[in-house]
Design a protein around this ligand. Structure first.
Ligand code: TYM
Length: 341
């Protein structure tokens, strides 16, 4: 078996499940832009609408709106639909087609061990959709239908990416060919896990019932500042060294957010602010956050005013995506033994 050379290619996806948070931005989207602009990899970014229908009953019109809003978000943060391929998953049927093959590669035991499945299905797994259980196999297909080599994501997706590697390795082994790359997760930087503003032990999430726990990319400047001012902290000043943030999850979170927004290391944040009390540091953080996020919010609403243009961008992105995906699916079918005439 000789290992084919895989061109450097980045793929990542976000669910259009309504509302983008600072976690999505710092943990994923901001890094998508860096990888796009580095020019070292072809970059492919996807609104995973097929994934967005796995969890709860959804309203079709809301899903369409969320998909357009997510596309506007991608562009507003700096994804250029000419430089990157930007599209929604359901317009490229090869994702679902490869996912079926992977449903037959992945084992029930592997899927059952996924912590997100356990969290989302909760105690009532009998009532969860089959799609929710199979979700990570579709995610593997999203990545491998492009032979993507690198996948930038936040920390919470790590286990799914390990499963993607397992699926690729088992497929390659079962069919005796190094056909799919063993993808590298890219989980880097200060903000791979942005935490809840009211509880530093929980992840910042768009599904938390309280809006005070997160910053949304659609928040107005005064709301951003208010949420940061009201974020939970402790009475101690900022330490000199990172070790001084151990056992201070809320303090650590705000330092990490500052670092990621300012493109500096958490230690550099402490160098600038050591000895400061949180009242003061939060003001500096609120100014920084408003400065970085307000232009994104404004650009998103400008783009949302022209949904036809968004649809055109997504259609064109899907066409470009299919040019890569279709031959890889055809080769997969050949390897598996599907007859084509
Ligand atoms: P999703 O839609 O939940 O989140 C999109 C991206 O945002 C990151 N993220 C965070 N990062 C840091 N801190 C947080 N609090 C935070 N919240 C969210 C996520 O890690 C993710 O990178 N299953 C994926 C979507 C997906 C996908 C893929 C990703 C489907 N197919 C293929 C990569 C490759 C998901 O639900 O992400």
């Amino acid at each position: 078996m000789t290992a084919p050379h895989f061109a450097p290619r980045v793929f990542s996806g976000i669910q259009p499940s309504g509302g983008l948070t600072l976690g999505n931005y710092l943990g994923a989207m901001k890094r998508f832009v860096t990888m796009q602009d580095a020019g070292t990899h072809q970059t492919i970014y996807c609104m995973v609408d097929l994934h967005a229908i796995t969890a709860t009953l959804h309203d079709p019109e809301t899903l369409r709106r969320n998909t357009r809003e997510l596309c506007a978000g991608f562009i507003a943060v700096g994804i250029d639909p000419e430089k990157s391929i930007l599209f929604n998953q359901s317009q490229v049927p090869e994702h679902a087609q490869l996912a079926w093959i992977f449903n037959c590669v992945a084992r029930m035991g592997w899927m059952g061990r996924m912590t997100q499945w356990k969290d989302k299905a909760g105690k009532n797994a009998e009532a969860a959709s089959l799609g929710l259980f199979a979700y990570p196999a579709l995610m593997a297909a999203d990545i491998l239908i492009y032979h993507a080599t690198h996948v930038p994501v936040g920390e919470d997706q790590k286990q799914h990416l390990e499963l993607t590697r397992d699926i690729a390795a088992k497929f390659n082994h079962d069919y005796g060919q190094e056909f799919f790359p063993i993808t590298e997760p890219v989980i880097e930087g200060a903000a791979t896990r942005v935490m809840n503003l009211q509880d530093g032990t929980k992840k910042m999430s768009k599904s938390d019932p309280s809006d005070k726990t997160r910053i949304n990319l659609t928040d107005r400047a005064d709301d951003i500042a208010k949420k940061i001012r009201k974020a939970k902290t402790d009475p101690d000043p900022l330490p000199e060294a990172l070790a001084g943030l151990d056992a201070r999850p809320e303090a650590r979170n705000l330092v990490n957010i500052y670092a990621a927004l300012a493109d500096i290391s958490p230690q550099a944040v402490l160098d600038q602010h050591q000895g400061a009390l949180f009242g003061h540091f939060k003001m500096a953080l609120a100014d920084l956050a408003v400065d970085k996020l307000s232009p994104i919010t404004t650009e998103m609403s400008r783009l949302m005013a022209d949904p036809a243009e968004i649809d055109r961008i997504l259609g064109r992105g899907a066409q470009r995506a299919r040019e890569i995906a279709a031959p890889i699916l055809a080769q997969t079918y050949d390897i598996v033994g599907m007859l084509r005439s």
